[in-house]
Design a protein around this ligand. Structure first.
Ligand SMILES: [Zn+2]
Length: 278
């Protein structure tokens, strides 16, 4: 085949793939719409949302209203979702490739019973973000569960322009340096000027993008191969941008006690005095 023919073939394949992707996306949107029409709210919040009394997701989150139905989030925010690669493919020819489904097995007398799990992120790229983990006997229910849990788990984060060498007024980065921890993994997010992009691992880029952060520097510590903990630590870090989630208990020791743990006077009174919570 000539060079031109090859290129034609490749572009044809590409467009076919894209079309398939688009049709799949359309189908998903259609399904979601059908789901919404047939939705019968069971909670008071759900009823208010369906009747149009509540139009803003910030109202729900600021008043600490418990979201128990995923359609509430669908209705109030323009949500997108994605899956993290937490699993690996099986079999010959280079198995072990990263895959969205984690497959585990339970051994029984009758044989092996597989279980699939998925880890999803949802966000509106405008300061709202949620993560969720779901498991089921098949792949697609696991995805749906993960997305549902992520929607119920949605939080509001704070963004601003806080980099020392940037002077715009757009909320494009984190308002200050934040840290989050999960297991052994620690993630530090540092404000960056406009045009920097996301200086982070590929899996972290997903969550940062969905949260609406465009520029950030990051540092990670610990066993960062554990995607689950890496994502969770990043989520915790983003959580701490919001004053609502920045309590005494979420402060890390090094930040709470500037001199480390070796403070003069170890009585509870001495520990309480001189430490100013911000
Ligand atoms: Zn800026």
């Amino acid at each position: 085949m000539s060079e031109k023919g090859k290129i034609k073939e490749i572009t044809k394949n590409m467009t076919e793939k894209e079309e398939r992707e688009i049709s799949r996306e359309k189908r998903r949107v259609q399904e979601a719409e059908e789901k919404y029409i047939s939705w019968e709210p069971k909670t008071k919040l759900g009823k208010d949302v369906k009747l149009g009394k509540i139009k803003d997701i910030d109202f729900v989150l600021d008043n600490n209203l418990k979201i128990l139905e995923e359609q509430i989030v669908d209705k109030l925010a323009n949500i997108k979702s994605d899956l993290f690669s937490i699993g690996q493919s099986k079999g010959k020819f280079g198995g072990g490739k990263r895959r969205a489904w984690r497959q585990t097995q339970r051994k029984t007398k009758e044989g092996n019973v597989p279980t699939f799990s998925a880890f999803a992120v949802v966000g509106d790229e405008n300061g709202h973000i949620g993560i969720g983990y779901g498991r089921a006997k098949e792949t697609l229910p696991a995805r749906d569960k993960a997305i549902r849990k992520a929607k119920l788990n949605i939080i509001k984060i704070k963004r601003s322009c806080a980099s020392f060498d940037c002077a715009c007024s757009e909320p494009h980065t984190v308002p200050f340096k934040v840290e989050g921890k999960s297991g052994s993994v620690k993630v530090v997010l540092i404000p960056a000027p406009q045009g920097t992009g996301l200086v982070a691992a590929n899996e972290l880029k997903k969550i940062l993008k969905f949260a609406g952060i465009k520029d950030v520097y990051s540092k990670t510590f610990g066993s960062r191969r554990t995607t689950f903990n890496l994502i969770k630590a990043c989520f915790e870090a983003l959580k701490r941008t919001s004053p609502k989630h920045r309590s005494v208990y979420t402060l890390i020791p090094s930040r709470a006690y500037p001199n480390g743990h070796k403070r003069e006077g170890t009585s509870p009174k001495a520990l309480n005095e001189g430490v100013k919570w911000k």
